[in-house]
Structures are given as C-alpha cells and as structure tokens.
Design a protein around this ligand. Structure first.
Ligand SMILES: *Cc1c(COP(=O)(O)O)cnc(C)c1O
Length: 390
C-alpha cells in the first residue's frame, strides 16, 4: 500500500463500531469487567487491553496504530502534548550518570526540559553542532545513552545528517531520538534513516486545525515500545478521547494538506528570497539553502514552516511588519490550516555553536490560503517595515 492509501485506512475498524467510518470518541475513566477473571485478563494483557481510561481507549489506540503504521514503527504512544512526548521519551531512556547529546538547534522547551529536569536527576546534558554529522563519534562517551536530533532545527532550520549520526550512535550502543514534527510521519521515514524513537508534536500538522494538543512517540521496535510505554504510563501521561478523535480526523487529510503547504511554502520562499527587504530564507527545500543536499537525499518533501532573516534594520521595524499583517496570525504553534508569523530575534538559544543574523528574524507558517493573497499580506508588512526602518 502507498502512503496515501494507508493514511485513509490505517487504524480504522468500522466492523467494531456498527459500521461507523471513524472510531467514535470514548470518554471514560472506568472500564467495567464482566468478572474478576475478565478484570485479571485485562490487567495481564497490559498495553493491549482497555482497562482504565488513563492507559488507553479504543480511539487512542487506533490513533497510535495508525501513526505507527504510517511511519513504519512497531508501535506508538500518544501523549497530551508534543512536549510530554519529548519529556516522556527522554525520561524513559535516561538515568542518573548517563550522558545525553542534544542538537544545539533543538526546540527551546526541549532544552529547558534537559537543562532543568534531566540535569537535576543526574543526567549529563551536552549540546552539539547540528551540522556535526558522523563527527558526533568524537563526542560519544562510554555513558552516552541517547543522541537527540531534530531536522530541520527549530527557528534556524539547519538540516542534520541523521543517518551519519545514527551510524555513530549505534556503533557506540546509544539510541537516536528524533523530533520529526516538521516532516511528519510522511516526509521523513525515520526508521529507514536510523532513528529509534520518532517524536511528534501532533499538535501541528497531524491535528492540523489548531484545535487540540497531541504528542506521539513512535517506537522502532516492540522492546523500545514496552520500555517507553511503561515509563510514560508510570508518569500518568495520557490523551483524551476527544483530542484523539480530532487527531485521527486531522490525520486522514494530512497528505493532501501537506502537498498544498509544500507548494505554497516553496512559492513564497522563492518569492521572499528575491525580495529586497529579505536577507535570507531558511528553508531546506530551496536549492540555495545550505541543507538542501541532505534534505533532498533524506526527505520526501517539505512542509510549510520557514525562517526569514530580514535585511538589517531595528527590531522595531520587524515588529511593525508583523503588526501590519492581516492574514498571517501572530501566535505560537503551526501546522494548522492557517498562516502564522512570530518574531524570533532574541529567541534563538545556542551554547555549542554561535548563531547570528545581521537582520531581525521571523518564522512563517504558510497555511492553505491563496498564495497571492498571502504575498499581498506580506507586502503590506514589508511596507510597514520600510516605513519603520527609514
Ligand atoms: C511545538 C513543538 C513541540 C511541542 O509540541 P506541543 O504539542 O506544543 O507541546 C515539539 N517540537 C517541535 C519541533 C515543536 O515545534
């Protein structure tokens, strides 16, 4: 089956639900058993039976099965947010005395979790140059358990050579955990590229409509699933039936939405690249991007999120630009049907490698609106930028 067919059929069981095409919402804490024997059997079946709301219901399980099948992992674990997936996965794999390598381009709340929680529990956290590739071998120690990757990088969009990093990590017995939110299960085939745990802020493209929070941990093997699910379950992380329903509903159209995000984002990225008020577009799908070769080799397409460095001007001019936008909303998150913009100047945190931009920086999410309308909106912003920069 091709991915576009799988996405329609994965995790669906109409025969179990009187023929309903989509799994109905389960709202429950208590699950009643017929007998003590049944209660015991459910407990014994552990992760495969419905026994209590927190541990999973048919709708959260169908979501997990659909995403695992799409990405090609053994099993998946749904959590209440992307950050919970990151925290849960890292906590499951790391103990006091372990060493963790994290890309310097990681999503900021990932860094904050590592620096404030993992360090408090005795994990040694070290950041590395996102462009390190196979040279990561030099940083791997006998106690390195996990190498954390994210491509492209949050806010700065560097590509990482994940297969080379995975080869070095595996040679030393370390696991590779990848934040695959930008590419979704469709555009980066994590497990074919050496990833052991693929994490998603399903809040973004999988939900796709900016109306629910969701995290997913997709596990390469059943053993990893067992280990991570046990820890995540012990912490009490779970997902509500309503949010699982919205996620499954979003998932069915992920492929067609992504195709449109890709076309519009590429069009706008090319247009921005030639704009006199723009110094640089950070988007690996552009042939001029330094990460383009790796992206082309490893990814099956691009989504709609990019970084833009404006020409040198006061930050206030960039803020005037964002304030002038009418179609691009000003807000966090991305991956929904609508276009968004945020300022990123001053938000980019680095400790292993320097990062600088001569001009102010923003992040754009290109939604499903008409591209010409979006360009007109950005032009409105650039006019305000020029007026404020003058
Ligand atoms: C948004 C985001 C997350 C966190 O997801 P939430 O659902 O907001 O907790 C993790 N990683 C990346 C790359 C993100 O953009």
């Amino acid at each position: 089956m091709k991915p576009d067919t799988r996405i329609v059929h994965a995790g669906r069981h109409p025969e179990r639900f009187d023929g309903a095409v989509s799994t109905p919402v389960y709202r429950c804490s208590t699950i009643l058993s017929d007998s003590v024997a049944d209660l015991k059997a459910r407990n014994k079946a552990k992760f495969d039976a419905v026994s209590y709301g927190r541990t999973g219901t048919p709708i959260t399980m169908d979501l997990e099965a659909a995403v695992a099948e799409l990405e090609g992992g053994a099993r998946a674990i749904a959590t209440s947010s992307g950050l919970a997936a990151i925290a849960g996965a890292l906590t499951a794999l790391l103990s006091a005395g372990d060493h963790l390598l994290v890309t310097d381009s990681a999503y900021f709340p990932t860094r904050r979790f590592c620096d404030t929680v993992l360090t408090r529990f005795g994990v040694e956290v070290e950041y590395y140059d996102p462009l390190i590739g196979g040279d990561i071998a030099r940083l791997i120690r006998p106690n390195t358990r996990v190498v954390f990757t994210e491509a492209p990088g949050s806010l700065t969009f560097e590509m990482q050579d994940i297969p080379a990093i995975a080869e070095a990590a595996h040679a030393a017995g370390a696991l590779v955990v990848n934040d695959n939110t930008w590419a979704t299960p469709l555009l980066f085939r994590s497990f074919e590229k050496g990833v052991d745990l693929s994490l998603h802020a399903g809040t973004k493209y999988i939900v796709g409509h900016s109306d629910a929070m969701l995290g997913l941990i997709v596990c390469r093997t059943a053993e990893l699933f067992e280990r991570v699910k046990t820890c995540v379950g012990t912490f009490g992380y779970s997902l509500s039936g309503d949010d699982a329903f919205l996620a499954l509903r979003g998932l069915r159209t992920l492929s067609v939405r992504l195709a449109r995000h890709q076309d519009s984002a590429l069009d706008i990225a090319r247009w921005l690249q030639n704009h006199t008020d723009v110094a640089r577009v950070m988007f690996p799908a552009l042939p001029e991007d330094p990460g383009h070769a790796v992206w082309k080799r490893d990814f099956l397409g691009c989504s709609g999120l990019m970084g833009v460095e404006l020409r040198p001007a006061p930050v206030a001019a960039m803020e005037a630009m964002l304030d002038a936008l009418e179609l691009f909303g000003l807000g966090y998150s991305w991956g929904g049907f609508e276009s968004l913009a945020i300022p990123t100047s001053g938000s980019i945190q680095r400790t292993a490698t320097p990062w600088s931009a001569a001009g102010p920086t923003i992040r754009l999410h290109i939604g499903l609106e008409d591209v010409d309308d979006l360009k007109a909106d950005l032009e409105r912003g650039f006019a305000a930028f020029r007026a404020a920069a003058a």
